[in-house]
Design a protein around this ligand. Sequence first.
Ligand code: 5AD
Ligand code: SF4
Length: 448
Amino acid sequence: MNKKFYLETFGCQMNVVDSERIVDLLRQIGYGEVADAAEADLILLNTCSVRDKAERKVYGHLGSFKPLKDENPALILGVGGCVAQQEGERLLRKLPYLDLVFGTHNVHKLPEMVRSVEENRVRCHETEFLDRETRLQLFPVRTEGDSVTRFVTVMQGCDNFCSYCVVPHVRGREVSRPSAEILDEIRHLADSGVREVTLIGQNVNSYGGKEAGELSFAELLARVHEIEGIERIRFTTSHPKDLSDELIDCFGILDKLCTHIHLPVQSGSSRILQLMNRGYDREGYLDKVRRLKTVCPDIRLTSDIIVGFPGETGEDFEETLSLAAEVRYADIFSFLYSPRPGTAAAALSDDLGAKEKQERFDRLLALQEKNSREIWEGDCGKILPVLVEGESRQGDGQLFGRTTWNRIVNFAGDWSLVGKVINVRIVASRKNSQLGEIEESGSRNQES
Ligand code: 5AD
Ligand code: SF4
Protein backbone atom coordinates (compact mmCIF):
# COMPACT_ATOMS: atom_id res chain seq x y z
CA MET A 1 0.00 0.00 0.00
CA ASN A 2 2.04 2.97 -1.11
CA LYS A 3 -0.56 5.48 -2.22
CA LYS A 4 -2.03 7.72 0.44
CA PHE A 5 -5.40 9.39 0.96
CA TYR A 6 -6.60 12.11 3.27
CA LEU A 7 -10.31 12.23 4.11
CA GLU A 8 -12.30 14.84 6.01
CA THR A 9 -15.90 14.34 7.03
CA PHE A 10 -18.48 17.04 7.74
CA GLY A 11 -22.07 16.79 8.94
CA CYS A 12 -24.20 14.04 10.38
CA GLN A 13 -23.79 10.33 11.25
CA MET A 14 -24.83 9.37 7.72
CA ASN A 15 -21.67 10.96 6.43
CA VAL A 16 -19.61 9.34 9.19
CA VAL A 17 -20.89 5.93 8.10
CA ASP A 18 -20.35 6.73 4.40
CA SER A 19 -16.81 7.79 5.22
CA GLU A 20 -16.12 4.41 6.84
CA ARG A 21 -17.17 2.82 3.59
CA ILE A 22 -14.96 5.22 1.64
CA VAL A 23 -12.00 4.17 3.81
CA ASP A 24 -12.73 0.46 3.17
CA LEU A 25 -13.09 0.98 -0.58
CA LEU A 26 -9.90 3.00 -0.89
CA ARG A 27 -7.94 0.41 1.10
CA GLN A 28 -9.11 -2.21 -1.38
CA ILE A 29 -7.47 -0.27 -4.22
CA GLY A 30 -4.19 0.18 -2.39
CA TYR A 31 -4.60 3.49 -0.58
CA GLY A 32 -3.57 3.96 3.05
CA GLU A 33 -4.97 6.79 5.19
CA VAL A 34 -2.83 9.71 6.36
CA ALA A 35 -3.64 12.46 8.85
CA ASP A 36 -1.81 15.21 6.97
CA ALA A 37 -3.24 16.39 3.64
CA ALA A 38 0.23 17.49 2.50
CA GLU A 39 1.34 13.83 2.38
CA ALA A 40 -1.64 12.60 0.35
CA ASP A 41 -1.97 11.50 -3.30
CA LEU A 42 -5.75 11.74 -2.97
CA ILE A 43 -7.72 14.26 -0.90
CA LEU A 44 -11.45 13.76 -0.34
CA LEU A 45 -14.03 15.83 1.47
CA ASN A 46 -17.30 14.21 2.49
CA THR A 47 -19.56 17.22 2.74
CA CYS A 48 -22.74 18.61 4.33
CA SER A 49 -25.14 21.15 2.82
CA VAL A 50 -27.78 21.32 5.55
CA ARG A 51 -27.03 24.99 6.17
CA ASP A 52 -25.32 27.60 4.05
CA LYS A 53 -22.49 27.91 6.59
CA ALA A 54 -21.67 24.21 6.29
CA GLU A 55 -21.63 24.53 2.51
CA ARG A 56 -19.39 27.59 2.49
CA LYS A 57 -16.97 25.78 4.77
CA VAL A 58 -16.48 23.20 2.02
CA TYR A 59 -15.54 25.81 -0.58
CA GLY A 60 -13.14 27.44 1.88
CA HIS A 61 -11.55 24.12 2.62
CA LEU A 62 -11.18 23.09 -1.00
CA GLY A 63 -9.51 26.41 -1.73
CA SER A 64 -6.97 25.70 0.97
CA PHE A 65 -5.88 22.55 -0.90
CA LYS A 66 -5.28 24.38 -4.15
CA PRO A 67 -1.62 25.24 -3.35
CA LEU A 68 -0.96 21.51 -2.82
CA LYS A 69 -2.43 20.79 -6.22
CA ASP A 70 -0.35 23.60 -7.80
CA GLU A 71 2.74 22.00 -6.30
CA ASN A 72 1.78 18.46 -7.28
CA PRO A 73 -0.47 18.27 -10.38
CA ALA A 74 -0.81 14.48 -9.92
CA LEU A 75 -2.69 15.05 -6.66
CA ILE A 76 -6.35 13.96 -6.96
CA LEU A 77 -8.94 16.16 -5.28
CA GLY A 78 -12.52 14.93 -4.80
CA VAL A 79 -15.79 15.92 -3.16
CA GLY A 80 -18.55 13.60 -1.96
CA GLY A 81 -21.66 13.87 0.21
CA CYS A 82 -24.49 16.39 0.17
CA VAL A 83 -22.75 19.37 -1.46
CA ALA A 84 -21.54 17.03 -4.22
CA GLN A 85 -25.09 15.73 -4.68
CA GLN A 86 -26.57 19.21 -4.75
CA GLU A 87 -24.00 20.85 -7.03
CA GLY A 88 -22.89 17.92 -9.20
CA GLU A 89 -21.05 18.95 -12.33
CA ARG A 90 -21.34 22.63 -11.34
CA LEU A 91 -18.63 21.97 -8.75
CA LEU A 92 -16.22 20.86 -11.47
CA ARG A 93 -17.03 23.99 -13.44
CA LYS A 94 -16.62 26.28 -10.44
CA LEU A 95 -13.38 24.69 -9.25
CA PRO A 96 -11.01 23.90 -12.12
CA TYR A 97 -8.56 22.15 -9.78
CA LEU A 98 -11.18 19.61 -8.65
CA ASP A 99 -10.99 16.09 -10.19
CA LEU A 100 -14.00 14.15 -9.03
CA VAL A 101 -17.48 14.60 -7.57
CA PHE A 102 -19.50 11.70 -6.19
CA GLY A 103 -23.04 11.99 -4.82
CA THR A 104 -24.71 10.39 -1.80
CA HIS A 105 -25.83 7.29 -3.75
CA ASN A 106 -22.50 6.83 -5.54
CA VAL A 107 -19.93 6.04 -2.85
CA HIS A 108 -19.53 2.53 -4.32
CA LYS A 109 -18.33 4.04 -7.62
CA LEU A 110 -15.38 5.76 -5.97
CA PRO A 111 -12.70 3.11 -6.77
CA GLU A 112 -13.65 3.18 -10.45
CA MET A 113 -13.63 6.97 -10.50
CA VAL A 114 -10.26 7.26 -8.76
CA ARG A 115 -8.75 4.76 -11.21
CA SER A 116 -10.11 6.62 -14.16
CA VAL A 117 -8.60 9.90 -12.94
CA GLU A 118 -5.29 8.14 -12.20
CA GLU A 119 -5.09 6.54 -15.61
CA ASN A 120 -6.68 9.06 -17.93
CA ARG A 121 -6.62 12.32 -15.96
CA VAL A 122 -10.24 12.78 -16.92
CA ARG A 123 -12.32 14.75 -14.44
CA CYS A 124 -15.56 12.95 -13.57
CA HIS A 125 -18.82 13.22 -11.64
CA GLU A 126 -21.48 10.70 -10.58
CA THR A 127 -24.57 12.03 -8.86
CA GLU A 128 -27.36 9.84 -10.13
CA PHE A 129 -29.95 8.62 -7.60
CA LEU A 130 -30.27 4.84 -7.54
CA ASP A 131 -33.45 2.78 -7.46
CA ARG A 132 -34.66 1.20 -4.24
CA GLU A 133 -33.40 -2.34 -5.00
CA THR A 134 -29.88 -1.19 -5.79
CA ARG A 135 -29.78 1.00 -2.70
CA LEU A 136 -30.83 -1.92 -0.52
CA GLN A 137 -27.93 -3.93 -1.88
CA LEU A 138 -25.50 -1.12 -1.16
CA PHE A 139 -26.41 -0.38 2.46
CA PRO A 140 -23.30 0.17 4.55
CA VAL A 141 -22.67 -2.99 6.59
CA ARG A 142 -19.92 -3.75 9.07
CA THR A 143 -19.82 -7.14 10.67
CA GLU A 144 -16.67 -6.60 12.69
CA GLY A 145 -16.46 -3.86 15.22
CA ASP A 146 -13.14 -2.38 16.17
CA SER A 147 -14.75 -0.31 18.89
CA VAL A 148 -17.14 -0.72 21.80
CA THR A 149 -19.87 1.32 20.12
CA ARG A 150 -21.14 1.25 16.54
CA PHE A 151 -23.62 3.08 14.35
CA VAL A 152 -25.87 0.70 12.41
CA THR A 153 -27.75 2.23 9.48
CA VAL A 154 -31.33 0.91 9.47
CA MET A 155 -32.89 3.30 6.98
CA GLN A 156 -31.76 6.02 4.62
CA GLY A 157 -33.34 9.02 2.98
CA CYS A 158 -36.38 11.02 3.96
CA ASP A 159 -39.88 11.52 2.58
CA ASN A 160 -40.93 14.30 4.92
CA PHE A 161 -39.96 17.39 2.98
CA CYS A 162 -39.87 19.76 5.93
CA SER A 163 -40.05 23.06 4.12
CA TYR A 164 -36.59 24.29 5.20
CA CYS A 165 -34.68 21.05 4.68
CA VAL A 166 -32.42 20.02 1.84
CA VAL A 167 -32.02 16.41 3.01
CA PRO A 168 -34.79 14.79 0.91
CA HIS A 169 -33.31 16.59 -2.10
CA VAL A 170 -29.75 15.37 -1.54
CA ARG A 171 -30.30 11.98 0.10
CA GLY A 172 -33.34 10.79 -1.84
CA ARG A 173 -36.42 8.84 -0.80
CA GLU A 174 -36.76 6.76 2.32
CA VAL A 175 -35.72 3.07 2.26
CA SER A 176 -35.62 0.67 5.21
CA ARG A 177 -33.25 -2.26 5.34
CA PRO A 178 -34.72 -5.73 5.94
CA SER A 179 -34.78 -6.35 9.70
CA ALA A 180 -33.24 -9.82 9.31
CA GLU A 181 -30.11 -8.22 7.84
CA ILE A 182 -29.92 -5.60 10.56
CA LEU A 183 -30.24 -8.19 13.32
CA ASP A 184 -27.63 -10.36 11.66
CA GLU A 185 -25.20 -7.47 11.47
CA ILE A 186 -25.73 -6.61 15.13
CA ARG A 187 -25.22 -10.26 16.19
CA HIS A 188 -21.87 -10.26 14.39
CA LEU A 189 -20.93 -6.94 15.93
CA ALA A 190 -21.77 -8.27 19.40
CA ASP A 191 -19.59 -11.33 18.75
CA SER A 192 -16.69 -9.10 17.84
CA GLY A 193 -16.92 -7.07 21.04
CA VAL A 194 -19.36 -4.26 20.28
CA ARG A 195 -21.46 -3.49 23.38
CA GLU A 196 -23.53 -0.52 22.26
CA VAL A 197 -25.33 0.05 18.97
CA THR A 198 -26.91 3.27 17.77
CA LEU A 199 -29.51 2.60 15.10
CA ILE A 200 -29.35 5.48 12.68
CA GLY A 201 -31.49 6.88 9.91
CA GLN A 202 -32.54 10.34 8.74
CA ASN A 203 -35.97 9.61 10.15
CA VAL A 204 -35.14 6.49 12.12
CA ASN A 205 -38.46 5.94 13.87
CA SER A 206 -40.39 5.72 10.62
CA TYR A 207 -38.38 2.52 10.06
CA GLY A 208 -40.35 -0.23 8.35
CA GLY A 209 -43.49 1.85 8.00
CA LYS A 210 -43.44 1.74 4.22
CA GLU A 211 -42.31 -1.89 3.75
CA ALA A 212 -45.06 -4.52 3.65
CA GLY A 213 -44.65 -7.17 6.36
CA GLU A 214 -41.65 -5.46 7.98
CA LEU A 215 -41.22 -5.04 11.76
CA SER A 216 -42.19 -1.70 13.26
CA PHE A 217 -39.32 0.30 14.75
CA ALA A 218 -40.44 -0.63 18.29
CA GLU A 219 -40.48 -4.31 17.31
CA LEU A 220 -37.01 -3.96 15.82
CA LEU A 221 -35.74 -2.49 19.10
CA ALA A 222 -37.25 -5.38 21.03
CA ARG A 223 -35.42 -7.85 18.78
CA VAL A 224 -32.11 -6.01 19.12
CA HIS A 225 -32.69 -6.10 22.87
CA GLU A 226 -32.63 -9.91 22.76
CA ILE A 227 -29.12 -10.04 21.27
CA GLU A 228 -26.62 -11.36 23.76
CA GLY A 229 -23.56 -9.18 24.26
CA ILE A 230 -25.34 -5.93 23.36
CA GLU A 231 -25.67 -3.95 26.57
CA ARG A 232 -26.93 -0.64 25.30
CA ILE A 233 -29.15 0.56 22.48
CA ARG A 234 -29.64 4.09 21.19
CA PHE A 235 -31.30 5.48 18.09
CA THR A 236 -31.27 8.75 16.20
CA THR A 237 -32.76 10.87 14.70
CA SER A 238 -36.42 10.58 15.63
CA HIS A 239 -39.23 12.59 14.13
CA PRO A 240 -41.87 13.60 16.71
CA LYS A 241 -44.74 12.77 14.34
CA ASP A 242 -43.50 9.16 14.06
CA LEU A 243 -43.00 8.67 17.80
CA SER A 244 -45.67 6.03 18.39
CA ASP A 245 -47.05 5.00 21.79
CA GLU A 246 -45.49 1.59 21.13
CA LEU A 247 -42.08 3.25 20.80
CA ILE A 248 -42.61 5.45 23.86
CA ASP A 249 -43.43 2.30 25.85
CA CYS A 250 -40.05 0.79 24.89
CA PHE A 251 -38.42 3.27 27.29
CA GLY A 252 -40.32 1.64 30.13
CA ILE A 253 -39.80 -1.95 29.00
CA LEU A 254 -36.39 -2.37 27.41
CA ASP A 255 -33.63 -2.14 30.06
CA LYS A 256 -30.89 -1.87 27.45
CA LEU A 257 -32.47 1.16 25.80
CA CYS A 258 -30.61 4.25 26.97
CA THR A 259 -32.84 6.80 28.65
CA HIS A 260 -32.11 9.60 26.24
CA ILE A 261 -33.95 10.69 23.13
CA HIS A 262 -33.02 13.33 20.59
CA LEU A 263 -36.41 14.66 19.51
CA PRO A 264 -35.99 17.78 17.37
CA VAL A 265 -38.90 20.16 17.87
CA GLN A 266 -37.62 22.93 15.51
CA SER A 267 -40.11 25.53 16.86
CA GLY A 268 -42.50 25.96 19.77
CA SER A 269 -45.13 27.74 17.68
CA SER A 270 -47.84 25.66 16.03
CA ARG A 271 -48.15 28.27 13.29
CA ILE A 272 -44.47 28.01 12.40
CA LEU A 273 -44.53 24.21 12.71
CA GLN A 274 -47.26 24.18 10.09
CA LEU A 275 -45.22 26.43 7.79
CA MET A 276 -42.32 24.08 8.35
CA ASN A 277 -44.52 21.13 7.30
CA ARG A 278 -43.58 19.22 10.44
CA GLY A 279 -46.79 17.24 10.82
CA TYR A 280 -47.37 18.01 14.54
CA ASP A 281 -48.24 21.02 16.63
CA ARG A 282 -46.96 22.36 19.94
CA GLU A 283 -49.52 20.49 22.05
CA GLY A 284 -48.96 17.24 20.17
CA TYR A 285 -45.23 17.48 20.83
CA LEU A 286 -45.63 18.37 24.50
CA ASP A 287 -48.09 15.53 24.91
CA LYS A 288 -45.52 13.04 23.63
CA VAL A 289 -42.88 14.51 25.93
CA ARG A 290 -45.24 14.10 28.90
CA ARG A 291 -45.87 10.48 27.94
CA LEU A 292 -42.13 9.79 27.63
CA LYS A 293 -41.56 11.25 31.10
CA THR A 294 -44.42 9.21 32.57
CA VAL A 295 -43.15 5.95 31.10
CA CYS A 296 -39.54 6.75 31.99
CA PRO A 297 -39.11 9.45 34.66
CA ASP A 298 -35.31 9.37 34.20
CA ILE A 299 -35.41 10.22 30.53
CA ARG A 300 -33.46 13.21 29.23
CA LEU A 301 -34.32 14.93 25.99
CA THR A 302 -32.25 16.87 23.52
CA SER A 303 -33.50 18.84 20.53
CA ASP A 304 -32.79 20.87 17.41
CA ILE A 305 -34.35 24.33 17.13
CA ILE A 306 -34.37 26.72 14.20
CA VAL A 307 -34.50 30.44 15.02
CA GLY A 308 -35.78 33.01 12.54
CA PHE A 309 -37.78 30.83 10.16
CA PRO A 310 -39.45 33.13 7.55
CA GLY A 311 -42.38 34.93 9.16
CA GLU A 312 -41.43 34.02 12.74
CA THR A 313 -42.90 36.78 14.94
CA GLY A 314 -41.77 37.81 18.40
CA GLU A 315 -44.77 35.88 19.75
CA ASP A 316 -43.84 32.73 17.85
CA PHE A 317 -40.36 32.95 19.25
CA GLU A 318 -41.68 33.40 22.82
CA GLU A 319 -43.49 30.10 22.30
CA THR A 320 -40.21 28.43 21.38
CA LEU A 321 -38.64 29.78 24.56
CA SER A 322 -41.53 28.64 26.71
CA LEU A 323 -41.51 25.18 25.15
CA ALA A 324 -37.76 24.81 25.76
CA ALA A 325 -38.32 25.91 29.37
CA GLU A 326 -41.20 23.47 29.85
CA VAL A 327 -39.44 20.43 28.34
CA ARG A 328 -36.18 21.30 30.12
CA TYR A 329 -33.94 19.81 27.46
CA ALA A 330 -30.56 18.53 28.62
CA ASP A 331 -29.04 20.10 25.51
CA ILE A 332 -30.20 21.69 22.30
CA PHE A 333 -28.57 22.40 18.96
CA SER A 334 -29.91 25.73 17.81
CA PHE A 335 -29.52 27.11 14.31
CA LEU A 336 -30.26 30.37 12.57
CA TYR A 337 -32.56 29.65 9.66
CA SER A 338 -30.64 29.33 6.41
CA PRO A 339 -32.50 29.24 3.07
CA ARG A 340 -31.57 26.14 1.07
CA PRO A 341 -31.79 25.77 -2.70
CA GLY A 342 -34.79 23.86 -3.97
CA THR A 343 -36.68 23.85 -0.65
CA ALA A 344 -40.23 25.22 -0.27
CA ALA A 345 -39.23 27.72 2.43
CA ALA A 346 -36.60 29.29 0.18
CA ALA A 347 -39.48 30.94 -1.70
CA LEU A 348 -40.98 32.51 1.46
CA SER A 349 -40.24 36.14 2.14
CA ASP A 350 -37.92 36.60 5.07
CA ASP A 351 -38.04 40.17 6.33
CA LEU A 352 -36.66 39.74 9.84
CA GLY A 353 -33.38 41.60 10.29
CA ALA A 354 -30.14 39.78 11.09
CA LYS A 355 -29.79 41.67 14.38
CA GLU A 356 -33.23 40.58 15.59
CA LYS A 357 -32.54 36.97 14.61
CA GLN A 358 -29.26 37.01 16.48
CA GLU A 359 -30.93 38.48 19.58
CA ARG A 360 -33.50 35.68 19.57
CA PHE A 361 -30.76 33.12 19.08
CA ASP A 362 -28.79 34.52 22.02
CA ARG A 363 -31.85 34.46 24.28
CA LEU A 364 -32.49 30.81 23.47
CA LEU A 365 -28.84 30.00 24.06
CA ALA A 366 -28.87 31.74 27.45
CA LEU A 367 -31.97 29.82 28.55
CA GLN A 368 -30.49 26.55 27.41
CA GLU A 369 -27.09 27.15 28.95
CA LYS A 370 -28.76 27.67 32.31
CA ASN A 371 -30.85 24.49 31.98
CA SER A 372 -27.92 22.42 30.74
CA ARG A 373 -25.68 23.62 33.53
CA GLU A 374 -28.27 22.81 36.19
CA ILE A 375 -28.99 19.37 34.75
CA TRP A 376 -25.39 18.25 34.21
CA GLU A 377 -24.06 19.80 37.42
CA GLY A 378 -26.92 18.11 39.22
CA ASP A 379 -25.26 14.79 38.40
CA CYS A 380 -22.33 15.57 40.69
CA GLY A 381 -22.22 13.10 43.56
CA LYS A 382 -24.33 10.51 41.69
CA ILE A 383 -23.02 7.04 40.94
CA LEU A 384 -23.84 6.29 37.32
CA PRO A 385 -23.26 3.27 35.09
CA VAL A 386 -20.75 4.13 32.38
CA LEU A 387 -19.87 2.02 29.35
CA VAL A 388 -16.09 2.33 29.04
CA GLU A 389 -15.12 3.09 25.43
CA GLY A 390 -11.37 3.72 25.46
CA GLU A 391 -8.68 6.24 26.15
CA SER A 392 -9.85 9.77 26.86
CA ARG A 393 -9.48 12.14 23.92
CA GLN A 394 -7.75 14.59 26.21
CA GLY A 395 -4.62 12.46 25.85
CA ASP A 396 -3.97 12.43 29.59
CA GLY A 397 -3.98 8.64 29.93
CA GLN A 398 -7.48 8.62 31.43
CA LEU A 399 -10.35 6.49 30.17
CA PHE A 400 -13.64 7.74 28.84
CA GLY A 401 -17.12 6.33 28.58
CA ARG A 402 -20.69 7.54 28.45
CA THR A 403 -23.62 7.60 30.81
CA THR A 404 -27.01 6.46 29.63
CA TRP A 405 -27.67 10.13 28.78
CA ASN A 406 -24.84 10.07 26.24
CA ARG A 407 -22.64 12.39 28.31
CA ILE A 408 -18.91 11.71 28.09
CA VAL A 409 -17.26 10.97 31.43
CA ASN A 410 -13.47 11.01 31.83
CA PHE A 411 -11.92 9.10 34.71
CA ALA A 412 -8.72 7.29 35.75
CA GLY A 413 -8.84 3.52 35.30
CA ASP A 414 -7.27 0.45 33.85
CA TRP A 415 -7.45 -0.34 30.11
CA SER A 416 -8.94 -3.78 30.95
CA LEU A 417 -12.22 -1.98 31.76
CA VAL A 418 -12.82 -1.06 28.11
CA GLY A 419 -16.08 -2.66 26.94
CA LYS A 420 -17.48 -3.00 30.47
CA VAL A 421 -20.26 -1.11 32.18
CA ILE A 422 -18.90 0.14 35.51
CA ASN A 423 -20.08 2.44 38.27
CA VAL A 424 -18.58 5.91 38.22
CA ARG A 425 -19.16 8.67 40.73
CA ILE A 426 -19.53 12.00 38.96
CA VAL A 427 -17.31 14.58 40.64
CA ALA A 428 -17.40 17.57 38.27
CA SER A 429 -19.24 18.81 35.22
CA ARG A 430 -17.57 20.61 32.32
CA LYS A 431 -19.22 22.22 29.31
CA ASN A 432 -19.34 19.06 27.18
CA SER A 433 -18.24 16.29 29.52
CA GLN A 434 -18.08 15.19 33.11
CA LEU A 435 -15.28 14.03 35.38
CA GLY A 436 -15.67 10.90 37.46
CA GLU A 437 -14.03 8.44 39.79
CA ILE A 438 -14.54 4.72 39.67
CA GLU A 439 -16.79 3.59 42.49
CA GLU A 440 -15.27 0.34 43.73
CA SER A 441 -18.26 -0.75 45.76
CA GLY A 442 -21.82 0.49 45.86
CA SER A 443 -24.78 -0.41 43.78
CA ARG A 444 -25.32 0.45 40.14
CA ASN A 445 -27.83 2.78 38.71
CA GLN A 446 -28.35 5.49 41.27
CA GLU A 447 -29.74 7.75 38.58
CA SER A 448 -31.95 10.76 39.10
N1 5AD B 1 -31.69 26.24 8.32
C1 5AD B 1 -31.35 26.10 9.61
N2 5AD B 1 -31.30 24.91 10.22
C2 5AD B 1 -31.61 23.81 9.51
N3 5AD B 1 -31.65 22.52 9.84
C3 5AD B 1 -32.01 21.80 8.76
N4 5AD B 1 -32.21 22.62 7.71
C4 5AD B 1 -31.98 23.88 8.16
C5 5AD B 1 -32.01 25.16 7.56
N5 5AD B 1 -32.34 25.32 6.28
C6 5AD B 1 -31.39 22.02 11.19
C7 5AD B 1 -32.64 21.34 11.77
C8 5AD B 1 -32.25 19.89 11.73
C9 5AD B 1 -30.76 19.96 11.93
C10 5AD B 1 -30.00 18.75 11.55
O1 5AD B 1 -30.38 21.05 11.15
O2 5AD B 1 -32.80 21.79 13.09
O3 5AD B 1 -32.90 19.13 12.72
FE1 SF4 C 1 -35.02 17.16 6.93
FE2 SF4 C 1 -37.46 17.00 8.00
FE3 SF4 C 1 -36.40 14.85 6.77
FE4 SF4 C 1 -35.39 15.66 9.12
S1 SF4 C 1 -37.48 14.88 8.77
S2 SF4 C 1 -34.22 15.06 7.28
S3 SF4 C 1 -35.62 17.88 8.99
S4 SF4 C 1 -36.96 16.78 5.81
